[in-house]
Ligand binder design. Structure first.
Ligand SMILES: Nc1nc2c(ncn2[C@@H]2O[C@H](COP(=O)(O)OP(=O)(O)OP(=O)(O)O)[C@@H](O)[C@H]2O)c(=O)[nH]1
Length: 803
């Protein structure tokens, strides 16, 4: 049996847009080979037609009465752009709804690898009474932290999947107690699992950015900073590991200001340092806290500020006020009038500036030493927005995709976004952020992409891998539902609204491997696992390469793919064989070339006739490819030109030089000829593909390779070893920073050159070095590498033709 035509060629890492129909076919093909129709169906279900037919505006008009004042207000607000402010919405909330929302926080915890996200989250759960005992990441009791529920996470001591939980924090202030409901997502730090951070930040209203008190801003801090900016997520910062030798929170504050270019100021000053770290002075209230109790659960507040930090407290408080005055008008006025702000004025200014994304207040503590996670939790309540203070919009597909504001009223029609899928023992679990209206058990909801109606059978609140069943979830909250078939990023509405929300940013994979089960009897489980992983993780891609007859998995890095191979073994009992990792090369052209190509075949019956002429040239950038027709006088009719364009895009999927995708090529067709009977869409498509191939090869084609931003950190004594390792791999070192006991190197390195680096680094640093790599851009491959790749491709083509 031969593979479908469209799939001929490896097209290793198919792009997300063009890929949709092709990957469906690819999955079909993989699944057919694996003889698993169940897997085929599930794979297909994930990538249905993008075309959406909206249900008519059926009940909306009739229901307006029922939705009441809120709906009328919203409609008015949508009609009048000036009234579309968050303030209008808040001012019109009923007191009950305003109160409910003011006590909700949806937050994420994001940071560089090993900064202590999971350890902090464990303390949050403990202090809020969600768990009864503290267990450590890689702890001696072998239980492991609550949020690292996967065995693999506990063994490796890293977070692989983000985990959601919720808790109630009773904030005590001046004898008053207020309970806040916090939905929290702990995200992985490793760049290979970056999609988990993307999707969490897409739906959260605020974040806690954790930094290590010794290392400060690290490479992944910069990545999460970019991600928080991408989704406009306000953040507070928490400097963890204050107990470590060399801890310097103010260096980290400085780095947030300078490296992240975000105004930051400490809102606390430590009392004692490193293993003597014992207290904190709050610069807003000017009170001192000490942690007592077996697990630091008792916070003792004192009015006196210890004499040894009094001067530092004055300096740092002045810096806090000055920094705020730079970003907040009210504070600037007080500052200019030389007035001392009150506690309320300071808190209000920090809150305004944080929510306006202009400032981050910096808290500090040591999660492992059970010190001062509670004041950070107060900071979440005081300074991060509630759901009604964040602007969320959808596109109204019935109104030419006009942006519409989503309002967290319970009484409005339901709108929610499925941001994460996970297979559980009870079936597919879909995490949903409810933006508007209520999600109720038994409610019929419509998937905005497929327009399919589904009934919500079960709603749960997640607590890591445990769940609590609920009958409804209010606007502005996060939950998970069972039994709905959808893809990550799908919008659900109750059918009255034609709304669709933007999905999260999905980075392109850069590395691939061939994979097959060691044992043929495992094929059905293998395809089941592949279908599941693909559905859950949009950065994990699979296609079948018809030339090598291999299944190819692609992802964000070696660790990413390793984890899936390991999960296949553990969760599906399938041992796999994998090939060496492959790089997602690209091809492009470097000069302009004219073409004039005639396809003419007469083999009895209807022939093939198509002539296409024009030119190919570099597009000027590497963002996709470009096709244009400039035919005058009807030399080629409209429908044949459409076929030419199709031929062009097909050619770009598999370049003539080494069979990888083409980037940055532009093709203009400005002339041609048609035959009365022998011309067809097929002949024009084929003629364009042939012209493309010839012109491409004359246009000095080159291979592009992915360059990776690489950051290595290790104890200073290993600096020579690490630099030597990087140089051996032809990395270009851009910067080095030597800290108290660690040093960090920033380098640009080719992905190919970095294969297997983690093993070498481990050996060269006694396992103490760590590194991260993130795709930066494509760059021309060295001539020798291009030569090798071209000859390997030519050989594989010749071998194939001989078969
Ligand atoms: N000294 C010290 N070590 C800490 C502190 N907090 C966490 N650690 C340790 O740092 C290591 C990493 O902690 P995790 O909580 O797993 O860090 P993470 O940021 O969740 O890690 P990833 O999700 O894998 O990026 C563990 O060995 C912790 O015990 C702290 O306050 N002080």
């Amino acid at each position: 049996m031969s593979a479908p035509n469209a799939l001929r060629g490896p097209s290793r890492l198919l792009g997300p847009l063009l890929r949709v129909p092709k990957s469906v076919l690819a999955q079909q093909w993989v699944c057919r080979r694996c003889a698993s129709t169940a897997a085929l169906q599930t794979s297909l279900a994930g990538v249905k037609s993008q075309a959406t037919q909206w249900p008519l505006d059926r009940r909306w008009q009739q229901r307006r009465g029922a939705a009441g004042a809120a709906a009328a207000m919203l409609e008015e607000a949508q009609d009048d752009p000036d009234s579309l402010s968050v303030k209008t919405i808040i001012d019109n909330l009923t007191p009950e709804e305003a109160y409910r929302l003011s006590k909700v926080r949806n937050i994420g915890i994001a940071a560089h690898i090993d900064s202590g996200k999971t350890t902090v989250t464990e303390r949050v759960l403990y202090y809020t009474g969600r768990i009864k005992a503290i267990h450590e990441v890689r702890g001696k009791d072998a239980v492991g932290a609550k949020m690292d529920s996967m065995d693999l996470e506990r063994e490796k001591g890293i977070t692989i999947q983000s985990a959601a939980t919720f808790c109630d924090w009773v904030k005590k202030e001046e004898g008053k107690e207020e309970t806040y409901h916090i939905n929290l997502i702990d995200t992985p730090g490793h760049i290979d699992f970056t999609i988990e951070v993307e999707r969490a930040l897409r739906v959260l209203d605020g974040a806690v950015m954790i930094l290590c008190a010794v290392s400060g801003v690290q490479s992944q801090t910069m990545t999460v900073d970019r991600q928080m900016r991408r989704y406009n997520v306000p953040r507070i910062s928490f400097i963890n590991k204050m107990d470590r030798m060399g801890a310097n929170p103010f260096k980290a504050v400085d780095q947030i200001n300078k490296k992240l270019k975000l105004a930051a100021a400490a809102v606390q000053v430590p009392v004692g340092a490193e293993d003597e770290f014992r207290g904190l002075v709050d610069l807003v209230t000017m009170k001192t806290y000490y942690a007592e109790g077996e697990n630091g659960e008792i916070l003792v507040t004192k009015d006196e500020i210890p004499s040894e930090v009094q001067q530092l407290v004055q300096e740092r408080r002045a810096m806090l006020i000055e920094t705020l005055a730079d970003v907040d008008e009210e504070m600037a006025n007080l500052f200019l009038d030389e007035q001392e702000p009150t506690v309320e004025q300071l808190k209000a200014a920090i809150r305004r500036a944080t929510i306006a994304l202009k400032f981050t207040p910096v808290f500090m503590g040591s999660a492992l030493a059970n010190k001062f996670v509670q004041p950070m939790l107060d900071g979440v309540c005081d300074y991060l927005p509630n759901p009604s203070e964040v602007s969320n919009t959808a596109l109204d597909r019935r109104q030419a995709e006009a942006p519409v504001k989503l309002v967290p009223y319970n009484s409005l029609p339901f709108v929610g976004l499925a941001f994460k899928l996970e297979e559980s023992n009870f079936g597919q679990l879909t995490y949903i952020r409810v933006y508007q209206g209520k999600l109720k058990k038994g409610l019929n909801v419509f998937n905005a992409r497929t327009d399919k109606k589904v009934k919500i059978p079960r709603i749960v609140r997640m607590h890591s891998n445990e769940m609590e069943e609920v009958s409804e979830i209010g606007a502005g909250e996060i939950c998970a539902v069972f039994g709905i078939d959808c893809a990550s990023g799908d919008t659900f509405t109750d059918g009255q609204l034609g709304y669709s929300m933007s999905s999260m940013f999905v980075p392109e994979p850069v590395i691939s491997l061939s994979i097959k089960p060691k044992n043929n009897k495992d094929l059905p489980n293998f395809s089941k696992a592949i279908a599941r992983f693909q559905r859950e993780d949009p950065t994990f891609r699979v296609h079948f390469d018809t030339e090598s007859e291999q299944t190819i998995i692609s992802g964000m890095g070696e660790l990413h793919l390793e984890v899936y191979v390991e999960r296949m073994r553990r969760e599906y009992k399938v041992d796999c064989e994998t090939g060496p990792p492959q790089v997602a090369y690209r091809e492009t052209i470097t000069k302009k070339v004219d073409f004039n190509h005639l396809l003419k075949k007469q083999t009895g019956g209807a022939g093939d006739y198509a002539r296409v002429a024009g030119w190919m040239e570099p597009k000027g950038n590497l963002e996709g490819n470009h096709f244009e027709e400039q035919v005058v006088g009807g030399a080629i009719s409209e429908k044949f030109l459409f076929a030419c364009e199709k031929g062009f895009h097909l050619s770009c999927e598999k370049g003539p030089l080494i069979g990888h995708k083409v980037l940055g090529a532009s093709m203009v067709v400005n002339d041609g000829a048609t035959h009365m009977t022998d011309s067809s869409e097929m002949s024009f498509k084929n003629a364009t593909q042939q012209a493309f191939r010839q012109a491409f090869m004359q246009a000095d084609p080159i291979v592009l390779e992915p360059l990776m931003k690489t950051v290595v950190t290790a104890p200073t004594e290993f600096q020579g070893n690490v630099v030597g390792l990087l140089q051996k791999r032809n990395a270009v070192i851009n910067d080095t920073e030597v800290g108290v006991d660690d040093f960090t190197v920033w380098a640009d390195a080719s992905l190919q050159g970095m294969f297997g680096f983690s093993g070498n680094l481990r050996a060269a640093t006694q396992g103490k070095g760590e590194f991260s790599m993130e795709f930066s851009h494509y760059e021309r491959a060295p001539a020798q590498l291009q030569k090798e790749l071209v000859s390997a491709y030519v050989k594989s083509q010749t071998d194939r033709n001989k078969k």
